[in-house]
Structures are given as structure tokens and as C-alpha cells.
Write a protein that binds this ligand. Structure first.
Ligand SMILES: Nc1ncnc2c1ncn2[C@@H]1O[C@H](COP(=O)(O)OP(=O)(O)OP(=O)(O)O)[C@@H](O)[C@H]1O
Ligand SMILES: [Mg+2]
Length: 558
């Protein structure tokens, strides 16, 4: 009973997936139809060719001239080739376009949703959904589904052509249909589960690859080379296991169908031979019979072979749809204007899981204030910042920005415009120093970049780099020292010139003198930005107006 219920529920899902796919395919409907028309045209032409070949053979056996007919046959062959070239090209271009379209949508979805909801997925898993699953969907919409429709039409056309010659043979040829239908139904259900397993094992494999390559230094430091290779082999074996199971199932079903196919063909052949021996039909008609029997069975076989593909499309659509279901973050259009900005946190409670990290926290920071946030490691400092940055989807309580006129705006994706943020850890991109700094403000001039670098105490070392601002740095700032990377990250935030600055242990890798220089420089700015500084260093505290300590899930003011 339960199993039945689950099946019924799953049916609803399949319908949702299919509906979702159709919505995606809509803009491409015209081009896909055109491609199908081309393919249908080749079906019709090849049917004409079958009839023509009968006439050639019959003319030849009757001793008549048949060269004109052969000429016509040749012309049709050439025509078919041309159509096939056009439709192959169209198919390739459409698949490219469509798969990119779908990838772009998923990518936009990922970067416009709440950070916390997306971060639940491993980057490798997201990559699998973005590439392999999106590719599967594209192949399906451009290849498999039009193919299925075409095969149906082809089947009907050929069946009726054959039927007009010999109803008995037409039925013989279709003997394969019930076998195909039953085996595909049985297969489809099993395959869906296997396909999800295949994609999951692919995601695990990619996640491991990506992570171990990104942390190569750790692999080597702890002499984990052999362990890592073994782990890779193990993950690959897992994928292999599921792929093997899936393939095995496909092979079994196609063997069953091939047997049915052969039986149908032999039956038609015997029937035809009998008819010839009784002189009821000509050799030409016999050729038509055999060709058409073959051609009724081929689409039925192909249709059955499409089942695994359809299953794989639906499985991928399910995985992509899961991402689509993540709610987009709120971005308010109306924005308060702000030269100087403050923030009010009211009765904030938050936890990543059921266990809360912050409970009933309230605080108010005035425009232009320098506030230090301190507390033990793992206490919730970065978490508080992430909430202020609106990275989290579910919080209790409120976070509000206000300006000097007393206007207020609830924290949302758009209030990040007020903030320059230097996150904890190394957050540089590969590319030039210039590209990295420009991320803070895409309109920044050369002069503004140097100004920001100077304030971040980074101008001197960047000037000393071989190509200055155009020096290329590697992934996560590879090629720079930790402190140098940190200063570029600070410059990236400074160049934004936002009224609210958040430094999350942003100067931890700098020596004390440099660190103090940076903070002092900030204080001399006019108008003075509001500053939230998370630090474990006592020396910075003397430059701050206030200290807020996080302890036992609460904030304590000093
Ligand atoms: N993405 C996450 N999912 C679940 N729990 C998390 C997540 N990020 C942090 N936590 C937990 O939340 C708590 C607070 O973490 P947070 O990063 O805010 O600490 P922190 O005060 O910034 O520490 P540190 O000084 O070490 O940077 C920790 O117990 C941590 O385990
Ligand atoms: Mg932290």
C-alpha cells in the first residue's frame, strides 16, 4: 500500500519535472519544430525511395528500362544527405544554445539566492548539476524528445504504407510493440533510481577532485598522496558500480527486444517466401515487405531505447529543480540615501541548525562609530556579520539600517550597497591585482585604486610587483604572501567607498604597526565611515569607540 502511495506521489513529481522542462523549452519551440520537419522530410523521402526501389526491381525483372528510375533514386539519395547535414548542424547549434541557456539560469539562481541555502550543497555537487545535469536536460529537449515524437510519426507512416501492401505483415511487424512497451515500463521505474545514484556518485567524485586539488598543499603536507588516490579510485568504483548496473539493465531489455525483432522479421520473411512460391507477389513486393517490416520495427526498438534517456532527463530535471526551489533573496528597490549609516539589531535569534548561535541579541551602532566585536573563537562573531550582510535566509528579530535623517531600511540584498566587507580568510580570485580590486567597485579609476591600496598599506608592495596592478595572481592569491593578499582584499573593500565598513579579522596577518596604520587611516577619513572590526588583538581596541563582546549567545557592552 505504502509503495503504491509513494509511486503515486512520484508520478506527480514526474509531471512537475516534465512541465518544468516544457517551460524551459518554450523559447526554442520554433527551431526544434523546424528541425523535426527536416527529419520528417527525410522519413517521407526514404519511404518514396522504398516504393521506387520496388519499381526498379519490377522493371528489371520484366525486362524494361529502369535507368531513369535509378537516376531519380540517386537524386533522392543526394537530397537526403543534404537534409541530414542541415539537421545535424541545427541540432548541434541548438544543443549548445539551449544547454548554455539552462546553465546561465541555474548559475543566476545560485548567485541570487541566500548564501546559506546554497552553501548547503558542495561546490562539486553544484558543478555536477550545472554541467552534467544541465547537459542531460539539453540533450533531452533538443535530441531525445523531438526524436521520440518523430519516431512515433515515422512508425505511423511506415505502418500504414506497409498496411496498404499487406495488413497481415503490418501486424506481424508490430508484434514487437507489446514486448517493447512492457519491458520499457518495467525498466523505466528501475532506471530512474539507478540514474539518480549515478549522478550522486558523479557529484561525490567531482567534489573530492575539486577539493583535493584546491588543497594540494594539505594532501602533500600530511603525505596523503596515496590515501587521496585510493579515495579517488574508491569514488570512481562507486560510480562504476551504478553505471554498470544501469547499463546491465539496458542490455537485458535490448536483448529481449532484439529477440522479438528477429522473430517478427523471420515470420515476415517466411510469409513473403511462401507468397512468392505461390506466385502471389513479385520479387519487388517482397523487397518492399522486408524493408518496411524492418522499418516498422526499427522505430519501435528506438522508442524503447529512448526510455533510459527520458528517465535520465527526468532524474536530472529533478536535481536542477531542487536548486530552482531555493527562494531568491529579497532585494528591495526603495533605498534610503546614506552618506553615513548606522545599524540597529533587535532581538535577533539565529542558529544554523536547531541549536542557536545567537539569542535575543540587540545592539545599536551610530553612524561613524568604530566598534570592536570580540569573543572566543566559534562564539558567533562571523555569524553576526553574515546576518548583517543578509546572507542568511531565516532569522528571528530584525536588522535595520538607518541614516542621519532617521530614515530606515530593513537589511536585504540591496543594503549590501552600504557595506564594504573584508571577509575572514583568503578570498582573492585568480587574475590580475587590478581585476581583484575592481570587484569592489567596477567603476573605480586607476587613481582610486591606488588610493585604496595606499589606505590598505599595500601600495608599496604592489608598485614593487613585476607588472604592478597588472600582475597576475593565482587561485586564492597564489603568488602573494598571506599579508599581501589580505591587503589587496582590504583595498578591494576600501575602493567601494561605502559608508559602513566590516573587517572580519581582516588584518590578522599584518604586523601590528601596519595594522594600526590601516585603522588610523580609516579614522581620518571624512566623512568617517561606520566601522565594525572583529579582532582577537587587544592593540586595536584603543582605536575603537566601543567594544561589544559576544558570550553565551548574547552581546555584552563594555
Ligand atoms: N555554515 C554553518 N553551518 C552550521 N554551523 C555553523 C556554520 N558556520 C558556523 N557554524 C557554527 O556557528 C558557530 C559560530 O561560528 P562563527 O563562524 O560565527 O564563529 P566566530 O566567532 O566567527 O569564530 P572565529 O573567531 O573562530 O572566526 C560555531 O559554533 C560554528 O560551528
Ligand atoms: Mg569568524
Amino acid at each position: 500500500m505504502n509503495k503504491l502511495k509513494r509511486l503515486w506521489k512520484d508520478r506527480g513529481n514526474q509531471y512537475q519535472y516534465a512541465k518544468w522542462l516544457m517551460r524551459y523549452a518554450k523559447p526554442y519551440a520554433g527551431k526544434i519544430s523546424l528541425m523535426m520537419c527536416f527529419n520528417l522530410l527525410s522519413t517521407v523521402v526514404s519511404l518514396v525511395m522504398v516504393t521506387l526501389s520496388k519499381r526498379i526491381i519490377d522493371s528489371a525483372t520484366a525486362g524494361n528500362s529502369f535507368f531513369i528510375l535509378v537516376g531519380g533514386y540517386l537524386a533522392l539519395v543526394v537530397g537526403l544527405e543534404v537534409v541530414s547535414v542541415i539537421s545535424t548542424l541545427m541540432n548541434a547549434m541548438l544543443t549548445e544554445r539551449f544547454s548554455f541557456g539552462i546553465r546561465k539560469q541555474i548559475y543566476e539562481k545560485i548567485i541570487c539566492s541566500h548564501w546559506m541555502d546554497v552553501k548547503r550543497y558542495h561546490t562539486g555537487d553544484l558543478m555536477t548539476r550545472l554541467t552534467s545535469d544541465a547537459g542531460n536536460i539539453a540533450d533531452g529537449i533538443i535530441g531525445t524528445i523531438p526524436n521520440i515524437i518523430q519516431l512515433f510519426i515515422e512508425l505511423l507512416l511506415v505502418f500504414f504504407t506497409l498496411f496498404s501492401y499487406s495488413p497481415i505483415l503490418a501486424v506481424f511487424a508490430l508484434m514487437i510493440a507489446p514486448v517493447a512497451a512492457l519491458s520499457s515500463l518495467w525498466l523505466g521505474r528501475k532506471l530512474k533510481k539507478l540514474q539518480v545514484k549515478v549522478q550522486e556518485s558523479e557529484a561525490a567524485y567531482r567534489s573530492f577532485l575539486q577539493e583535493s586539488l584546491a588543497n594540494l598543499l594539505i594532501v602533500k603536507s600530511f603525505a596523503n598522496e596515496e590515501y587521496s588516490t585510493n579515495r579517488l579510485v574508491q569514488l570512481r568504483e562507486e560510480r562504476f558500480h551504478w553505471v554498470y548496473k544501469r547499463t546491465k539493465m539496458g542490455v537485458v531489455s535490448s536483448t529481449v527486444m532484439s529477440m522479438a525483432f528477429q522473430t517478427g522479421y523471420i515470420a515476415a520473411f517466411t510469409y513473403g517466401a511462401l507468397q512468392i512460391s505461390r506466385k502471389v507477389i513479385t520479387y519487388g513486393t517482397m523487397t518492399v515487405f522486408l524493408t518496411l517490416v524492418n522499418r516498422v520495427q526499427a522505430p519501435v526498438m528506438s522508442l524503447a531505447q529512448q526510455i533510459p534517456r527520458v528517465v535520465s532527463i527526468l532524474a536530472s530535471a529533478g536535481r536542477v529543480m531542487e536548486l530552482q526551489d531555493i527562494p531568491l533573496e529579497e532585494k528591495l528597490d526603495e533605498q534610503i540615501t546614506a552618506e553615513r549609516i548606522g545599524i540597529e539589531v533587535n532581538q535577533l535569534t539565529f542558529g544554523y541548525t536547531d541549536e542557536t548561535v545567537l539569542e535575543d541579541v540587540s545592539l545599536r551602532i551610530q553612524p561613524g562609530e568604530f566598534v570592536a566585536i570580540i569573543g572566543a573563537s566559534g562564539i558567533g562573531k562571523t555569524t553576526l556579520i553574515r546576518i548583517i550582510m543578509s546572507f542568511m535566509s531565516k532569522i528571528e528579530g530584525s536588522v535595520t539600517f538607518f541614516n542621519e535623517k532617521g530614515e530606515k531600511e530593513k537589511a536585504n540584498a540591496a543594503t549590501r550597497n552600504f557595506i564594504s566587507y573584508v571577509p575572514q580568510g583568503n578570498t582573492l580570485f585568480s587574475g590580475t591585482v587590478r581585476e581583484n580590486i575592481r570587484m569592489g567597485n567596477l567603476n573605480a579609476t586607476e587613481e582610486e585604486m591606488w588610493e585604496a591600496l595606499k589606505m590598505a598599506a599595500g601600495d608599496e608592495f604592489v608598485r614593487g610587483l613585476p607588472k604592478g596592478l597588472d600582475t597576475v595572481i593565482g587561485e586564492r592569491g597564489h603568488g602573494l604572501s598571506e599579508g599581501q593578499a589580505q591587503r589587496i582584499a582590504i583595498a578591494r573593500a576600501f575602493v567601494r567607498k561605502a559608508p559602513f565598513l566590516i573587517l572580519d579579522e581582516a588584518t590578522s596577518a599584518l604586523d601590528e604597526a601596519t595594522e594600526q596604520g590601516v585603522i588610523k587611516g580609516l579614522q581620518q577619513l571624512s566623512p568617517r565611515p561606520t566601522c565594525l572590526i572583529i579582532t582577537h588583538r587587544k592593540s586595536i581596541l584603543e582605536y575603537c569607540d566601543r567594544e561589544i563582546t559576544i558570550e553565551n549567545k548574547k552581546t555584552i557592552e563594555e
